[in-house]
Ligand binder design. Sequence first.
Ligand code: NAG
Ligand code: NAG
Ligand code: NAG
Ligand code: NAG
Ligand code: NAG
Ligand code: NAG
Ligand code: NAG
Ligand code: NAG
Ligand code: NAG
Length: 644
Amino acid sequence: MKSFIMILLTFSIDGSVGLKPLLIEPKAKVEQDVFSCPKSCVCQYAAFEKLPIVRWVKHYKAIGGNKDDYSKLTKLATCLLQPNGETQKLLDSLPSDLQALILLYTGGNQENKLSVNASDFGRLQQLTSLEFRGPGATMVIDEPMDFLQHANFEQIQLHASDTLQRPKFAKFPSEDYDYKPPSELLSYNNKYPLQFINSSAEIITYEQHIQRLKRTRMPCFYGWSRLEVLRIHNCDLNELHWQMFDGLTHLRHLSLEGNNIREIPPFAFSGAFQLKSISLAHNSLERLHYFGLAGLLQLETLNLSDNQLDQLSELSFPPLPKLLMADLQGNPLKHILPATFWVMNATRELYIGSDKEALNLRTWNFYGQFDSLHKLRTLKLGNVTTEALEHGVFMGLHNLECLTLRGTIKSLQFDVFTGLNMLRELDLSHCMIRELSMDALVGVKQLQLLNLSYNNLTNVPPGLLDDQLELKEVQLQGNQLTFLPLQFFNLPRVRVVRLDQNPWQCTCQMSSWVAHLTNVMRGSMKEICVKGNDNTLSCRNVTTYKIDKTLAPRCANYNGRSVYYVLRRQINCGAIKIIQPSYQSPGLPHWRKVQLQGINLRPMNRNQQNISHKKQANSLLFVTGQDKVLSKSQPSSLNIFNNI
Ligand SMILES: *[C@@H]1O[C@H](CO)[C@@H](O)[C@H](O)[C@H]1NC(C)=O
Ligand SMILES: *[C@@H]1O[C@H](CO)[C@@H](O)[C@H](O)[C@H]1NC(C)=O
Ligand SMILES: *[C@@H]1O[C@H](CO)[C@@H](O)[C@H](O)[C@H]1NC(C)=O
Ligand SMILES: *[C@@H]1O[C@H](CO)[C@@H](O)[C@H](O)[C@H]1NC(C)=O
Ligand SMILES: *[C@@H]1O[C@H](CO)[C@@H](O)[C@H](O)[C@H]1NC(C)=O
Ligand SMILES: *[C@@H]1O[C@H](CO)[C@@H](O)[C@H](O)[C@H]1NC(C)=O
Ligand SMILES: *[C@@H]1O[C@H](CO)[C@@H](O)[C@H](O)[C@H]1NC(C)=O
Ligand SMILES: *[C@@H]1O[C@H](CO)[C@@H](O)[C@H](O)[C@H]1NC(C)=O
Ligand SMILES: *[C@@H]1O[C@H](CO)[C@@H](O)[C@H](O)[C@H]1NC(C)=O
């Protein structure tokens, strides 16, 4: 009874939005009476976008959902099924023009099983969305629900009846399929262990095959010809078969999470060739053969997270020419074999790594592990475990913009990111990094965010950031740093330098530190508009930054007081020294620059360049100059940092 009330409440809140346009007076009757409704149901008009379907399928429109229907009002009934109730009667008493139905079965236990036949819904020919949830309930598919566009089944059993029509045997899809991965083409099979030797179907007659499917009562959605979204979560659907989704030519989104599926049989989805997204997250897949996902030429997102895949290779994926995102997290992958992703040359986002197994990144002789991912923008690798991340591991990622690594990486070697010409965000936080090569970032020139927080760094090599002229944010909080190289703050565009949670040994060298860079956090975006000469408004979104005194770096040798406090009050450093930033020969390794500096005693000075005042605002000279002026004329404005 308790749950009944809760559901009532939820829907009357939800429904009021969709209801408004229909009511003549604002304080009209409750929505149950809007149309005739059986006792155990709540009926209402709801905007389509309020239906669960839109909630489950993020970016429903993007996967091909009907845009016009989005705000259309839909006749929705939410019904509680009773253990001994007469479900058939209930369904018969629903209005025949119902468009969306949610069935909840809550009384389920060993004794109280409930079974509903698909044919029982036959009267509701206008039903486009069906949700059926509840442990202990069974849906027997005895005829196709050819009216449904969206179906969601959660925690129920799905069975086919013996009498269900199955697709007529045309021919096994493999006959048309001529893709061969490189190793099969060039037959260096024995170089890599094949994972799925028994890939082709066993040879049995079609009749035998149908008999077998009937015996297993494996559900089949053959004939659900309008289906666009099918979601079967936690329904014990532990086997798949190509016949199951055959002919679902309108299907765009298929989610089969939490079903204990162990294998994707050959051509499992090829009959639903318009699919744009598939999720098999939270299953028990142990291997993947390219026949499994064959034929999905429209697929844009593939979620295989939280399975048991322990090896992937170039035999794992068929061509997926439109694939934009692949989530492989939570699989116990130890290596990434070369050419694994060679079919993903259009993919933008890739996620790998698990807490089950450490991921070892390495270089391979003739084909890199990320080769062919030419369009990849975002790569996230978890639990990367390696002594030293070497030059070449990220070879081929020419368009990568965001790279996130987590794990145990003791050191980053020289040139490790070379070739990542478009890299904007590099997040290496929580990687236990102890050592960075001073040339680790050589070749990376577009970097805006460098996150090295929560590592085990004891020093930052001088010259590490020499080429980072675009860098806006450096995160070094949570390390074991005691000092920084002298010219560290010498970054033309930097806005945030996080240094807190380090055991700083404070000395006068820290006079060049800048409180309004260290004690600051990135805030939200803000739209700023300016009127042009012709009175037109031009707007752009800018990042805001907010001061946060709790972020002040602290001196381990002065009782944890803020660096700025110690410098002003506890150490007498004399006048603030202005360090001349030198900008020369970007792109050279640091040792070469040091060498050049020895020879060339005329470094180009920022003062001599014709830089607008605004642009200069972040430069060290401007900053330190400003500091001096302020500290003389308006001491109060700097005092915000004094008492931290
Ligand atoms: C479902 O259909 C079967 C066979 O057609 C029938 O025996 C059974 O009673 C039906 N169940 C319900 C709940 O209608
Ligand atoms: C392939 O089939 C054979 C015989 O049916 C079996 O012994 C073997 O374990 C199978 N291999 C795989 C990888 O499933
Ligand atoms: C993949 O599915 C899991 C489980 O639903 C979800 O948590 C995860 O966010 C999905 N991955 C992506 C990249 O959307
Ligand atoms: C991906 O590779 C295939 C085959 O090599 C090629 O036909 C296709 O144009 C490539 N796509 C992109 C986006 O580079
Ligand atoms: C990384 O993998 C190991 C197994 O090799 C596991 O014990 C550890 O918990 C994982 N670490 C994380 C952070 O997930
Ligand atoms: C840097 O990494 C830390 C730890 O993972 C995270 O909390 C923080 O948000 C990251 N900073 C930025 C700016 O992304
Ligand atoms: C590395 O740093 C983490 C916190 O960032 C700390 O818990 C750990 O003890 C450190 N390990 C070593 C070996 O210093
Ligand atoms: C700024 O961001 C807002 C919200 O993300 C967006 O609606 C707006 O179009 C953006 N404006 C510009 C000029 O990009
Ligand atoms: C500096 O730049 C301004 C415009 O940005 C230009 O008018 C001026 O001539 C430049 N001065 C020199 C010395 O180049």
